[in-house]
Write a protein that binds this ligand. Structure first.
Ligand code: AMP
Ligand code: ZN
Length: 492
């Protein structure tokens, strides 16, 4: 499988060729843990999850690093307002972040380095920048990177900074630094920082945000590595500054491929904390939407297209997912049917409409996959290889569903067809992570037992019993609907 990705530096779709054959190193800028992440942030993390999954799907062994920014103006302000230590304050939001990742079926990164655990590495890197003559300490005690001294500055954002290299100094009192574009490597302590400070060769203070990512990415992935990603707002100045720091220090190319996702918007504006137009994942879960439905909305759009957030899209996701679940139930029934008698409603109810995990429990041994499922899988693979084209990948999944449903309606779907269809969906789901119900939405055994009992009651035309069982199931927090495919349950 040859993956190709759009590279933000070259601005072209290019084949992805890892530095070491068979392996990939990925760095994704993580959350600032001062509050709950909003679903705009999760658009970036879900895009990065699809990338993570696609790299593994293509057979690469992946090291994925995501940092946690646990010291900056916002975390310091928040901890002081809450009367907590910085560590106590950020702990709460780190934990919440990991909970949210699970709700969205985001595969864990290999390591989540926290900035406050890597201050010595950042100090070392700043020392190297002094040795190379690109760092200076200003009158306010802070240390800055001199953009004029790094000739490649602006290459990622395609901005021309040559004017800054003419040696014009800023004489304005507002700036302690030499040039407006210079950025802080080390921020000298001031009163607003309270107890938050570390010793350094340049006096007490704390690292700048950009140095954090250069130091931690190189620590875990080496001085040159394969992929670095974020939301498009990270491209400048954050990623431009990361390149300047890393390359000025090492003299080596920092990152091979830069990838950025477009924003999640609300009425045409970026969803952001500062505009107040945001929903956290928790807000949406509290409104009754599931993590899987939210993930569907985020994954179904191509990552480089701006996406407008709307509740209609969540409702459409709900419909699409129940179509997928109905299909899975139908195929599981056909795959496990050895005789026509098995296709009674009792048997329908006996199959579990909540297959979870990577591979459905169907017997495929001895059955060769029919070419119709292969065709959809090939279309799926082509879509993923072409810059993670998830809209086309979903189209391939739904073509498979349509074709399988047609075969089943005509009575022409064999157990081998059904098993292959389920295996194909499970394979596609290794990248999309949304086609099968996650374990967190699986039906508990007690509810399943009542469902089985209810299916038997209905088969015996015991309608009073069926209604009583429906109430019992509702009391456990699950709603039952009777469909052509049998009972369908969802969490109330
Ligand atoms: P922050 O906590 O602001 O540093 O953002 C964390 C990640 O979320 C970064 O990769 C941002 O680029 C990304 N991000 C923030 N807002 C949005 C948005 N509305 N749409 C997509 N990505 C976003
Ligand atoms: Zn970063």
């Amino acid at each position: 499988m040859q993956l190709s990705f759009y590279d933000s530096m070259s601005r072209r779709v290019e084949p992805f060729v890892p530095l070491a054959p068979g392996r990939a190193g990925l760095y994704t800028c993580g959350p600032t843990v001062y509050n709950y992440a909003h679903i705009g942030n999760f658009r970036a993390y879900v895009f990065e999850d699809v990338l993570h999954r696609a790299l593994e799907y293509a057979g690469l062994s992946l090291v994925h690093v995501m940092n946690l920014t646990d010291v900056d103006d916002k975390t310091i302000r928040g901890s002081r307002e809450a009367g907590l230590s910085l560590r106590e304050y950020t702990r709460k939001y780190k934990d919440a972040f990991f909970e949210d990742l699970r709700a969205l079926s985001i595969e864990p990164a290999s390591v989540y380095p926290a900035a406050t655990d890597h201050i010595p590495e950042m100090i070392d890197l700043i020392r190297r920048l002094f040795d190379k003559g690109v760092a200076y300490q200003a009158a306010d005690g802070s240390v800055y990177f001199s953009v004029a001294k790094f000739p490649g500055y602006g290459k990622l954002a395609h901005l021309d900074f040559s004017g800054m290299r003419s040696g014009v100094r800023i004489s304005n009192d507002e700036y302690a630094k030499d040039a407006v574009g210079d950025f802080a490597l080390w921020k000298a302590w001031d009163e607003a920082d309270g107890p938050v400070k570390w010793d350094s060769p340049w006096g007490p203070g704390r690292p700048g945000w950009h140095i954090e990512c250069s130091a931690m990415s190189m620590k875990y992935l080496g001085e040159s590595f394969d992929l670095h990603t974020g939301g498009i707002d990270n491209l400048f100045p954050h990623h431009e500054n990361e390149i300047a720091q890393a390359e000025a220090a090492t003299g080596k190319p920092f990152v091979r491929h830069w990838m950025h996702c477009a924003h999640l918007r609300v009425n045409g504006e970026k969803m952001s904390k500062s505009l107040g137009n945001f929903f956290t994942l928790r807000d949406l879960l509290a409104k009754g939407w599931s993590g899987r439905e939210i993930r569907y909305v985020l994954v179904a759009a191509h990552y480089r297209q701006p996406l407008n957030f709307a509740f209609d899209a969540l409702a459409a996701a709900r419909t699409a997912l129940s179509r997928l679940d109905d299909f899975s139930v139908r195929m599981e029934r056909i795959a496990s049917a050895s005789a026509p008698a098995a296709q009674t409603e009792a048997a329908i109810a006996g199959t579990h409409p909540h297959s979870s995990g990577p591979a459905p429990a169907v017997q495929t041994a001895g059955l060769s996959a029919p070419s119709w499922t292969e065709r959809h899988l090939e279309a799926f693979d082509r879509a993923i290889c072409d810059d993670l084209n998830t809209p086309l990948a979903f189209a391939a999944a739904f073509s498979l569903v349509n074709e399988g449903n047609r075969l089943a309606q005509d009575g022409a779907a064999t157990p081998a067809d059904a098993a292959a269809a389920l295996a194909a969906l499970a394979r596609m789901d290794r990248v999309l992570g949304v086609l099968s119900r996650p374990a967190s939405e699986a039906v508990p055994p007690r509810v399943q037992a009542l469902l089985d009992e209810r299916a038997a009651a209905r088969a015996a035309k015991d309608w009073a019993g069926s209604d009583r069982l429906r109430s019992e199931i509702a009391a456990l927090g699950w709603a039952v609907k009777d469909t052509r495919e049998g009972q369908r349950v969802s969490k109330c």
